[in-house]
Design a protein around this ligand. Structure first.
Ligand code: AMP
Length: 253
């Protein structure tokens, strides 16, 4: 599988985490989930963890400069350690236009590029219901997520992957869900236009079962190579259509 850099974009509860876990296995790519990285920093009581704890507990966005430097470090680590097939799936980043611009600049500096941004489009009511039904592994190094109705663990309240307890995250409590949704529409949704203009956006329907959504994402990912070959082909056709540049006769003296 070729090197790929993919962003999963969508409101909290759209299923980015669940889909990213599955997609990373399918494509052999590392999963860079800023929420998991930050929760792990809190659990380890690192200086970053201490800084971000109050924001995360309140369901507020962590300051851009903190999360940007966390992502820069994570991107560098996966490259250095040659994890997976090269590239990564970014889940939960970028979440503001400034983060989107920072990611573009970081990649340009590294002579790398994003292959695709997949927007998992999910209505607010569906998202609210899913967040209320979500259970997360308390082990920040695992970070697995379940849904008590549509994707339950084999044993109630126990993580299938690492055996730790499953909990309702503080920011999945109903009072915090509403403010996270408002924040998505205010801070994150402008990235839709940002990536559309960069011709990187593929929008998919996020409703239905985990399997159905996964199928739509895989279809979008399968088109990545084809899409860039098509645009190279189209450019060659356009160049031919225009013919060689016309030389205007020199004005008469
Ligand atoms: P998540 O697990 O992606 O829902 O993220 C959990 C929390 O981590 C968010 O509610 C924010 O407080 C923080 N967080 C994660 N990613 C970002 C980001 N890109 N920018 C700012 N805050 C973030």
């Amino acid at each position: 599988m070729a090197e790929k850099r993919i962003v999963l974009l969508g409101p909290p509860g759209a299923g980015k985490g669940t889909q990213a876990q599955w997609l990373c296995d399918a494509l052999d790519l590392p999963h860079l989930a800023t929420g998991n990285i930050l929760r792990s920093a809190i659990a380890n009581n690192t200086p970053v963890g201490q800084k971000v704890k109050p924001f995360i507990e309140a369901g507020k966005l962590v300051p851009d400069e903190v999360v940007i430097s966390v992502v820069e470090e994570a991107v560098e680590t996966v490259k250095k350690e040659k994890q997976g097939a090269g590239g990564y799936i970014l889940d939960g980043f970028p979440r503001t236009r400034r983060q989107g611009e920072a990611l573009r600049d970081v990649l340009a500096k590294r002579k790398e590029k994003l292959d695709r941004v997949i927007l998992i489009n999910t209505p607010d009511e569906v998202v609210r219901e899913r967040l209320e039904q979500r259970r997360s592994c308390m082990n920040p190094l695992c970070g697995a997520v379940y849904n008590v109705k549509s994707n339950p663990p084999k044993k109630a309240d126990v993580c299938d992957l690492c055996g730790n307890a499953l909990v309702i995250r503080d920011d999945d409590k109903p009072e915090t869900i509403r403010s996270r949704q408002q924040q998505y529409w205010h801070d994150t949704a402008p990235l839709i236009d940002f990536y559309e203009r960069a011709s990187l956006l593929t929008e998919i329907d996020g409703t239905g079962s985990v399997h159905e959504v996964a199928g739509r994402i895989l279809e979008a990912v399968a088109k990545i190579g084809r899409r860039s070959a098509d645009s190279r082909r189209q450019k060659a056709i356009d160049d031919k259509k225009d013919g060689p540049p016309k030389i205007e006769p020199a004005p008469k003296q």
